[in-house]
Design a binder for this molecule. Structure first.
Ligand code: CMC
Length: 381
């Protein structure tokens, strides 16, 4: 038998438990269910902060003063408009497209109209601001286009969360709705070396530009094991129908070895702290809308999945029910995730530029060696 090339003995599938780099941004304590941005507990941020303040924290590594926050809010509000050709592009792409495909395409197109932002730069947050400001407009423009409605005018007077809601629904929404969206944006803004952030950092580590890095991240977030799970949670709620059927439906799924969306996590071994906060918001917005159906069904699902499988909810379990109650179409749930995570992605790309090291792991080769090349004419099937 042919000898195999030298190879590392251990393979960590999915890079599980591999410490790939040092980061200053986010700390996850998976055993205790804690999540910190730059040392600040996510529970405090969800209680007292805003998405804009959290974005500042992620980009600069410290909380802003009142003046610095006002300045950032104004800059974000002024950067919302899309270049005319980019808006027209959204209007010409197929209306039935997956909104994440639209987002990926448009994010990659934007720098062609803003060439000054395309150079990798560790200290410039210009591209981060621009993308964070523009993504809600991209999502909203596509939603209007496929609903055969004309684009909305920018509203620089609205907060980031209110603007996102307005862009999607055409309504400002109540203060409670806007706060629910704001909290959800805070909770999704960063999560250490998750798959899409890793994709962004891999791209940045080649000294590629910020927009290419974020394009990689958007494509990675699209997958149902990462960003797409909350949409599937809503499908499960439909399948269950009434609360009294939850046990039977969940048990049948587990018997078929199906994954229950919104449960389990690579890092958390207890309940994801983001799920705990969103559960409460799911109840609040449900009560305000006079419809607790999704919340009630999910509470029962949590009980059954924990009893049968010992799994805890992750952030995706209750986010979908919050968004659905706010009137957001299901296929925009993942784009909303992107509208928040872009703050973290860009913070990580800037961090990567500051401490650059090409990310290039190795594979253990398990294919054949020493094969004899047979000329094409002599090959048989
Ligand atoms: N439903 C049923 N079984 C599960 C689930 C689930 N949701 N999650 C994990 N398991 C089981 C899995 O079948 C395996 O069992 P066994 O050892 O008997 O084969 C065991 O738990 C370990 O699973 P794993 O796939 O090795 O664990 P992982 O760390 O690779 O999985 C995960 C993490 C998030 C991909 C997984 O829990 C999952 O598929 N969850 C459902 C999708 C989901 O909710 N995704 C959102 C993740 S949170 C948002 C984000 O960070 O993007």
């Amino acid at each position: 038998m042919a000898s195999t090339p030298d190879a590392p003995a251990e393979v960590q599938r999915g890079l599980q438990d591999i410490v790939a780099l040092e980061s200053h941004i986010t700390f996850i304590d998976g055993k205790r269910g804690r999540l910190l941005y730059e040392g600040y507990d996510i529970r405090d941020l969800a209680e007292h902060s805003t998405f804009e303040e959290v974005a500042y924290l992620l980009w600069y590594g410290r909380l802003p003063t009142a003046e610095q926050l006002r300045d950032l809010e104004q800059r974000l509000a002024q950067l919302r408009a899309l270049p005319e050709p980019v808006g027209r592009l959204i209007d010409t792409l197929p209306a039935e497209s997956n909104p994440m495909d639209i987002l990926r395409t448009v994010v990659s197109t934007l720098p062609m109209f803003e060439p000054s932002e395309t150079q990798p730069s560790p200290n410039s947050i210009g591209g981060a601001l621009r993308l964070t400001a523009a993504i809600p407009t991209m999502i909203g423009r596509f939603q209007r286009r496929r609903s055969q409605l004309s684009p909305l005018k920018e509203r620089p007077d609205l907060s980031h969360a209110k603007n996102l809601l307005y862009q999607i629904t055409g309504r400002e929404g109540s203060d409670l709705d806007a706060r629910a969206m704001d909290v959800s944006l805070i909770l999704h803004a960063d999560h250490e070396l998750n798959a899409s952030t890793f994709a962004a950092r891999v791209t940045a580590s080649t000294l590629s530009d910020l927009y290419s890095s974020i394009t990689s991240a958007v494509g990675t977030l699209k997958g149902p094991l990462h960003g797409g799970a909350n949409e599937r949670v809503m499908e499960m709620i439909d399948e269950i129908g009434t609360v009294d059927r939850a046990e039977e439906v969940v048990k049948a799924k587990l018997a078929r070895h199906e994954r229950i969306m919104g449960f389990g996590h690579r890092v958390y071994k207890v309940e994801d702290p983001r799920a705990t906060i969103l559960r409460e918001w799911s109840r609040r917005v449900g009560e305000s809308a006079g419809n607790l159906h999704a919340y009630d069904v999910l509470q029962k699902v949590v009980e059954v999945v924990h009893r049968e499988k010992g799994l805890y909810p992750n952030v995706d379990l209750f986010s979908g029910s919050v968004y659905a109650t706010l009137g957001i179409p299901r296929d925009l749930f993942t784009p909303i995730f992107a509208a928040s995570r872009v703050a973290g992605w860009t913070a990580h790309v800037l961090e990567e530029y500051r401490d650059l090291r090409l990310i290039r792991p190795t594979a253990r080769y398990v294919g054949p060696v020493d094969q004899t090349y047979v000329p094409l004419a002599e090959r048989t099937a």
